[in-house]
Each structure stands twice: as C-alpha cells, then as structure tokens.
Design a protein around this ligand. Structure first.
Ligand SMILES: Nc1ncnc2c1ncn2[C@@H]1O[C@H](COP(=O)(O)OP(=O)(O)O)[C@@H](O)[C@H]1O
Ligand SMILES: [Mg+2]
Length: 310
C-alpha cells in the first residue's frame, strides 16, 4: 500500500505537486494519469525518496522510503530508464543492486530471465535500445521481489510486443496481490491495464476512482451524427444538449439519446446519414477532466451556437 497525504512539492516558482492525497491498494493496477508536467514523476520520485516533499508525506506500508531497512525488498521502481551507468553490463548493474540490498546473486539470473534480457545481459548498457533499458530497469525493480511496484511511463519507446509484455507483467503482479502504480499519458493504454485511475493536472488531484466509474460518470452518453446539414442540426440540438462539431458534416452530442436526435432530425426534415452511440473512452473522460489543467494543447474543437464544447 502506498499512501500519499497532502503532498506538495515546490521547485522555485513551480508548484509541481499541490496538496495531493491518494492511496494505492494491493491487488490492483492503479494508473497514474495526467498531461505532461502534471506532477506524476515528481510524486513518484517523492515516494521513492529521491525528492524531498515541500510538505505532506508519501509512505509505503506506513513508512517513508528513507526509513525502510531493505528498500529493494519492499518497493521496486522503474523511474528513469536512462539513469544507468552506460559502461556497465546489464548483469553488473543488477549485481550491484543485489549486493547492496543483501540479495542473492542467483536472483540476478532469475530477473534477467523474467524480463527476457537473455544474452544482452552480458553487454554494456550503452549499446542497449530503449526497450532493452526498460527491460533492465524492470529487472532491477524486481530484484528484491517487492510487494510494491512503481513504473513511470514503462511503455515509452517500446514496440508493440514490448507494450503487450509490460501489460501482461503488470496484470500478473496485481493478480499476485502486489501494489502496482503505473504512470502514463497514454489513455488507451490505461484503459487496457488499470483497475483504478488517479488523475492529476497541474499538480492537483482531479480524480481517484475505479476506471469504470470514471468512464460512466462523465458527461453521459455521446452520440455521433453525420449529416450534410450539420449547421442546421447543430442549431436544433444545441438547445437540448451539448453539441460539438468533430469533423465536416459530423457532430457529437452529449445529453440526448440517439432516438431523440433521430426523431428531431426527421421532424425537421434534416437528412441523417449516420447515427450511433459512441463508446465511452478513457481518453474522452480524461480530456473532459483535464481540460482546464492542460498546459499544452492544440486548438480546441469549435463550439456550435450556444452549446459548450465537450
Ligand atoms: N527537478 C526539477 N526542477 C525544477 N522543476 C521541475 C523539476 N522536476 C519537475 N519540475 C517541474 O515540475 C512540474 C511537474 O513535472 P513532472 O513531475 O515531471 O510531471 P509529469 O511527470 O507529470 O510530466 C513541471 O512543471 C516540471 O517542469
Ligand atoms: Mg513524467
């Protein structure tokens, strides 16, 4: 169990984390989501004792990282896959970690096999691809067979096989009863692997809920309509629901059932070429939740009449 309580971290004038509290429970994959610069990595570094909080606490099983006697046995983390000595071999990197934590050498070979590093373990890290570094980083996190695991953007730079592998691995850890916190800005990825999501934006907590709750609780059902008279239909619908123009001749409507949209269009003689409920996605939920907390984004969707966007 990881507990974050009223955590804040100030870097000069930047408040990277601002009064965040949440728990990460065992037996589940908890996704840690937020736009770039939201404060995910900072929070994870504080949990791992690599950064000192300005105020608040982050504990593992009730204790701060610095107070853990054999930290690798209690918590494993993949934070920055680049932070390894390039001149060492993967195996040497792992042996150093094992030795400093009183872990048997045989365990090094076990984790090398578990992450599929194989022959590459004997090569210098400077020749590793990003994917191989990620595998090595995960091997290091697993050395002490810890009950708590943190992964900061573990699928970054991985090919499709690598992504699938990480997904299966995280699911397996959670199913074994471990506590798994994994950050990502890839909503589609989170939707596939997380049971719970903690969402932050500009250092503040935006949501902390089961993924199903997040998907269900946001804005209601969306319906996509394609019509050659998008302006006319948009005007008609804007009084009744929230209308967004998603493409030329295409609208997305929230707050109105598809049947009502179809009936209304029919009654006013507006031809409809396509009418379907849109499957709720975490991506959409995330966008509506983080809209006000995104520092960098493209042009927002164009509002129609008096209907608000999104
Ligand atoms: N060591 C640091 N010194 C100064 N500012 C930092 C440092 N680390 C992070 N920040 C700032 O804190 C904010 C949060 O960053 P970070 O935790 O890396 O976000 P995320 O991982 O969600 O993208 C950003 O504005 C970032 O520029
Ligand atoms: Mg980060």
């Amino acid at each position: 169990m990881i507990s974050v309580r009223s955590l804040s971290k100030q870097y000069g004038s930047v408040r990277a984390v601002d009064g965040v509290s949440f728990d990460v429970e065992p037996g589940k994959v908890t996704g840690f989501l937020g736009p770039n610069g939201a404060g995910k990595s900072t929070t994870m570094r504080v949990v791992m004792g690599l950064d000192r909080p300005t105020s608040g606490t982050a504990t593992i099983h009730g204790r701060r990282y610095v107070d853990l006697a054999a930290p690798l046995r209690e918590v494993g983390a993949l934070l920055d896959a680049g932070a390894m000595h390039p001149g060492r071999t993967g195996r040497a990197h792992l042996r150093i970690g094992a030795r400093s934590n009183g872990i048997a050498r045989s365990r090094v070979e076990e984790v090398i096999a578990e992450v599929g590093l194989g022959k590459a373990a004997g090569r210098r890290i400077k020749g590793y691809s990003l994917g191989m570094r990620q595998r090595l980083g995960i091997a290091a996190a697993l050395l002490g067979d810890p009950p708590v695991l943190l992964f900061d953007e573990p699928v970054n730079g991985l090919d499709l096989d690598g992504v699938r592998w990480v997904r299966t691995l995280l699911r397996g850890f959670a199913d074994e009863g471990r506590t798994v916190l994994v950050s990502s800005h890839l909503m589609s990825e989170m939707q596939l692997i997380a049971d719970r999501v903690v969402i932050i934006g500009r250092g503040r907590l935006i949501a902390d809920a089961d993924i199903d709750q997040v998907l269900r609780g946001l804005g209601g059902q969306r319906v996509r309509v394609r019509t050659p008279r998008a302006d006319a239909l948009g005007q008609l619908l804007a009084d009744r629901g929230v209308v967004e123009r998603t493409a030329p001749g295409e609208l997305e409507v929230t707050g109105l059932p598809a049947s009502e949209i179809g009936d209304l269009a029919h009654a006013r003689g507006v031809p409809v070429h396509h009418l379907a409920e849109v499957e709720q996605s975490l991506e959409h939920a995330y966008l509506s939740l983080t809209e006000d907390s995104v520092d960098y984004h493209g042009r927002p969707a164009e509002p129609i009449a008096n209907g608000a966007t999104r």
